[in-house]
Design a binder for this molecule. Structure first.
Ligand SMILES: [Zn+2]
Ligand SMILES: [Zn+2]
Length: 131
């Protein structure tokens, strides 16, 4: 179950979508991220872990694997230049790759913020979809 809130600028109608559940991933040996979504994500994550480790894992092994390799990327908006990026705040540098400012803000926390596109309006959120 994921809910979507759409934030719209009161001045220029710039829109940003915010999903409440993020993008869960596991990293492989090379550090590459593999994403897992509903439904089937739990069994797929387990199968991925066992494929990575080369065999059936105990519960304790699996939990240790998750602790080391599991993360969740949220959607972030740069309040300086308006570009959107996926970031895991626990692992990724929270700096905008486009303008270099540390102005990234979670897209679910845009209510009342000044729009970076026009610099005049503010965002107002409305729940639009549940999938
Ligand atoms: Zn605007
Ligand atoms: Zn930026």
């Amino acid at each position: 179950m994921a809910a979507c809130t759409e934030f719209t600028c009161s001045h220029c109608a710039f829109k940003v979508e915010a999903w409440d559940d993020g993008n869960r991933y596991l990293t492989d040996q090379d550090g590459k991220r593999h994403y897992f979504y509903h439904p089937g994500d739990l069994t797929e994550m387990r199968a991925f872990a066992e494929a990575q480790m080369g065999g059936v894992m105990t519960e304790a092994d699996y939990l240790a694997f998750l602790h080391e390799r599991c993360g969740n990327e949220g959607d972030w908006l740069c309040l300086k230049c308006g570009c959107q990026r996926r970031r895991d705040p626990k692992r990724d540098p929270m700096q905008c790759p486009n303008c270099g400012q540390q102005k990234l803000r979670g897209t679910d926390k845009l209510e009342g913020r000044t729009c970076p596109k026009c610099g005049k309006g503010t965002f107002h959120g409305e729940m639009t979809a549940v999938s």
